[in-house]
Design a protein around this ligand. Sequence first.
Ligand SMILES: [Zn+2]
Length: 210
Amino acid sequence: MKLIFLGPPGAGKGTLAALVAGLYKIPHISTGEIFRAAIREKTPLGLKVQAIIDAGQLVSDDITIELVRERLAKADAGNGFILDGFPRTIPQAEALATIVAVDAAVNFDIADGDVVSRLSGRRVCKACSQNYHVDYMRPKVDGICDKCGGELFIREDDKIEAITKRLEVYRAQTAPLIDHYRKAGKLVDIDARPASGVVLESFQKVFPVK
Ligand SMILES: [Zn+2]
């Protein structure tokens, strides 16, 4: 099962990828993880990536694609994989098509308004980094961590302006991939609004575990 996961920040894509990877015994491959592994293993590409990041620059498409190619050639990806965070653009999708034919692109569908209320409600403990949510996972005392009594705060990334910015980037850059894979007959829409257990059930209905 060779899959691409698409969806805006806050859609719960990472959580689902971890659940699906465990259940279907295929690796969850995110570009962040590929970069970190290449850097850690000091491969020739890893050294290049390290230099680019140290210089505060963005890793180019060519290098990213080369890293993805190397990662997909590893034995554990032989039975399938979940690509998360790649491709992000149409040129990347076209490059990927020259490496491997994916079975489906799964679109974790959620409206911007739902993303904003989901992410802007997140609170994190300053002391122990425990996560809370003002609607779904309230602490016993407002603003105070249940585990350690630390103060809860809103991460910069979870402030409404930052969320709006990330959604704009996603809609402009990555959302065209939805049409791209729909035209190719490979798009599967999954409603990402419910809790992760329910989203996983919808996923399993489309992709039964063999
Ligand atoms: Zn805490």
